[in-house]
Design a protein around this ligand. Structure first.
Ligand SMILES: Nc1ncnc2c1ncn2[C@@H]1O[C@H](COP(=O)(O)OP(=O)(O)OP(=O)(O)O)[C@@H](O)[C@H]1O
Ligand SMILES: [Mg+2]
Length: 268
């Protein structure tokens, strides 16, 4: 059962042990082409005057990883914040276009409602709660879903099965663990909300190549085994394309998943 299934239902059937590829197989059988997210021709303005995005469109099919690539300042983080409805915290707003997550317009929903519906963002720069332990950080991820302690415990074990290093450091203060461990903690915390989709902003930032490789492998595993869809904003094109099913390139005011060669790339 994918992480995003049977969410928020107390006493609902719990995920079976991780079965290799089971979720991915089911997704393939039920039609992988259905989009979980579509961004349609959006425009974003900060402070009522600063036009940052114009005419941006992209689609993430259910159960896939789409890489959103672009240089510094291209608008990757802004695109993700528009999707998770976090722009208003920075005096930004979507002034044109629409964003549909799982069949519903996201602007009808608050960010916490979106998390409950299965769409969560892992912000650029990790943002762990520095004074809490690793395990306390992970538990905060389950806050929006409520539910029984046993179910939360099982999900904690699931997170630890993907990130054994977090299990070793479960009692450590998050502010003092390494950057790579903080990134794992931030992704693990997002998993605790049982997401259908994670918006992952620059997971490679400031990390050694070996750690970047490890984190991207885990992202690939979460996608393949748990069926979590990803929109992955990255400057590290090589690593992102290694895992992505499709990509879009955000340059100036243009972004589309319908890419001309040589950028178009599809992997099944
Ligand atoms: N809160 C804000 N107010 C005004 N302008 C902003 C704000 N946040 C971002 N911008 C501007 O929007 C543009 C896009 O920024 P954004 O952070 O989305 O880019 P990015 O592609 O994520 O860059 P990076 O790779 O450096 O993270 C930049 O020119 C930036 O200065
Ligand atoms: Mg950014």
């Amino acid at each position: 059962m994918p992480v995003g299934s049977d969410r928020n239902v107390e006493g609902a059937a719990q995920p079976p042990p991780l079965g290799a590829g089971a979720a991915a197989d089911r997704i393939a059988a039920t039609g992988a082409a259905a989009p979980i997210l579509s961004v349609n021709n959006i425009e974003v303005v900060y402070d009522h005057v600063i036009l940052v995005l114009k005419g941006v469109s992209l689609t993430v099919p259910k159960g896939k990883i789409v890489a959103l690539l672009g240089a510094n300042g291209a608008g990757k983080s802004t695109t993700l914040k528009a999707i998770s409805n976090l722009l208003s915290a920075e005096r930004g707003e979507v002034t044109k276009g629409s964003i549909i997550f799982d069949g519903e317009e996201v602007h009808a929903r608050s960010p916490n409602e979106l998390v409950r519906r299965g769409c969560i963002q892992v912000m650029e720069g990790r943002h762990c709660f520095a004074h809490l332990s690793v395990e306390e950080n992970l538990l905060t991820g389950a806050f929006t879903r409520g539910g029984a302690g046993a179910a939360i415990r099982r999900d904690l074990d699931l997170v630890y099965s993907y990130f054994p290093r977090l299990k070793e450091r479960r009692s450590a203060t998050a502010g003092y663990i390494s950057g790579g461990e903080q990134q794992m903690c931030a992704i693990g915390r997002a998993l605790m909300s049982r997401p259908k989709m994670i918006l992952l902003d620059e997971p490679s930032m400031g990390l050694a190549p070996q750690l970047v490789e490890e984190i991207f492998k885990i992202v690939g595993d979460l996608n393949a085994k748990e069926g979590v869809s990803f929109l992955l904003a990255e400057q590290n094109t090589r690593m992102a394309l290694k895992r992505a099913t499709a990509m879009c390139w955000k340059a100036a005011a243009w972004c589309s998943t319908a890419m001309p060669r040589p950028w178009a790339r599809t992997r099944t």
